[in-house]
Design a protein around this ligand. Structure first.
Ligand SMILES: *Cc1c(COP(=O)(O)O)cnc(C)c1O
Length: 477
């Protein structure tokens, strides 16, 4: 090894020595000594690696002790920063699966906080002073909202499908149309869930067309269930045919077979009144008479992650008693947030105003554009380094709901010379809090539809400090 490199390596301090550096003191409370030592060790290992691999001509003249201490401070602070953090969703995708799907309504947030803060009657029957069931709390509101006989809530919709298939069809055949063997984002594949449940997949029809006679011809003594699945994130267009739920229910009745529909998103409000494509509501689906219907709590419903199962009383009872239900049961925070969300639906117009997912979907584009213009004005005043334009754009509902619907929206098209749009995108993503933007035709867009008023205020601060940190000479030469 060249002597210069060896000398620099020898100058690296020992872990203990570095830990005594007074510059670190403010970052040490809250970490045990061994945790802090581990962080310091990692930074030193990385520094050693850099010194060993750097080209000779770029070695520093001496140990950069100041920089080393700064790196340790940053790493110590990072050790206590949660990995799961707030981000600003400027993508315009409302039910963004990667960004946590739905935001909770105020009353749902309060219910979650209350459940976290105090003991509750989660599994206690207050009237009779004995053990109760967590599954009882939401059944009344769910049945009264949807017209179903009975209801059961589990962890998510994937769990709802898994439980139902296991309880009703393990070791037996489930008939499903080829056109509905879907994969939903985040690795939910109908054939895989079915295999995990022990049910045997019996696909009928062709990719684009399935008729009622296809189902009927596939029925054997080993058939357990007729299944319909909402195609969620894709649509077959053109020469297509699927069997209606009504016809499938009629077929099931004739053969004494249960019929189940996985609705996916599951909306309790007819959004076509707000200029959004018509989707069958949960109420309409229940009225068609299937034995079981299931959907997510955090998609169009706008609540916490959950899987909601509705159906005929004896079917739901079978699910309740299945051992898997114990493994898939929701926790009290979920139940609290979901119940508060459902209570809002007792008045539909209140639900649309108070549930962020529905409010964002139904918000008139003029209002979004007004927000965009106001934000652009503030930004021009406070950070002239940006060039900013308000442009029309298309957002999306997301979460597998209404995939064809582009939501007319408004965005800031942002430029911060000399950064290229993809560099600005990366800077925003690493900001605090991170801002997730959209790159479209080499333009950086911040869609205002998915930014709450609180988010917009934060965004302005993030943009300000980002501009201040960008050396205007960066990227030149
Ligand atoms: C989203 C979806 C699921 C999975 O629901 P999670 O709540 O994410 O588990 C299952 N089926 C369909 C049709 C879906 O759209």
């Amino acid at each position: 090894m060249d002597p210069e490199r060896a000398r620099l390596l020898r100058r690296l301090p020992a872990v203990d020595e570095l830990l005594r550096d007074p510059r670190l003191a403010p970052y040490l409370p809250g970490l045990s000594r061994s945790q802090a030592a581990e962080v310091v060790r990692q930074v030193l290992t990385e520094a050693r690696r850099r010194l060993l691999t750097a080209p000779r001509e770029s070695l520093p003249p001496d140990l950069e002790a100041e920089e080393l201490a700064r790196q340790v401070c940053r790493a110590l602070a990072g050790a206590r920063t949660p990995s799961l953090r707030r981000v600003l969703n400027a993508t315009g995708v409302i039910i963004h699966t990667n960004l946590g799907r739905s935001l909770l309504a105020d009353s749902a947030q309060e219910a979650v906080a209350q459940a976290a803060l105090s003991y509750s009657n989660l599994e206690y029957n207050l009237a009779e002073g004995r053990r109760g069931s967590r599954h009882d709390h939401l059944e009344a509101v769910l049945t009264s909202l949807t017209g179903a006989q009975a209801a059961l809530v589990v962890n998510n919709n994937a769990a709802a499908v898994l439980l139902s298939l296991t309880a009703l069809a393990a070791g037996r055949e489930v008939i499903i149309s080829r056109g509905q063997l879907v994969e939903i984002g985040g690795s939910f594949r109908m054939p895989d869930i079915m295999a995990a449940s022990g049910a045997i997949l019996r696909e009928v029809g062709t990719t684009n067309k399935t008729y009622i006679k296809d189902y009927e011809q596939a029925i054997t003594g080993n058939t357990a269930l007729l299944l319909k699945v909402h195609p969620s994130n894709f649509r077959l267009l053109g020469f297509t045919r699927e069997v209606s739920l009504e016809d499938l229910v009629a077929l099931g009745r004739r053969y004494g077979l249960p019929v189940m529909e996985d609705l996916g998103s599951g909306c309790l409000v007819d959004l076509s009144g707000y200029g959004v494509e018509k989707e069958p509501t949960v109420q309409e689906t229940v009225a068609a008479g299937p034995d079981l219907v299931m959907f997510s709590g955090d998609k169009l419903l706008g609540g916490p992650q959950a899987g909601i199962i509705l159906g005929r009383a004896e079917m739901v009872q079978r699910l309740r008693q299945h051992p898997l239900t114990r493994a898939l049961r929701p926790d009290k925070l979920t139940l609290a947030g979901l119940e508060a969300t459902l209570l809002l639906y007792l008045d539909q117009s209140r639900a649309v105003a108070a549930i962020p997912t529905l409010a964002m979907i139904t918000r008139p584009v003029e209002e979004v554009a007004r927000d965009a213009r106001r934000l652009a004005r503030s930004l021009r005043r406070r950070c002239p380094a940006y060039s900013v334009k308000v442009v029309p754009c298309l957002g999306r509902v997301g979460g597998g709901a209404l995939p064809q619907v582009g939501l007319l929206s408004a965005a800031l098209a942002l430029d911060l010379p000399p950064l290229a749009p993809h560099q600005l995108e990366a800077r925003l993503r690493r900001a605090s809090p991170p801002v997730i933007a959209r790159l479209e035709r080499d333009r950086l867009l911040l869609d205002l539809r998915t930014l709450t008023p609180r988010d917009q205020a934060t965004l302005l601060q993030v943009l300000e400090s980002l501009a201040a940190s960008v050396d205007t000479w960066e990227g030149r030469g």
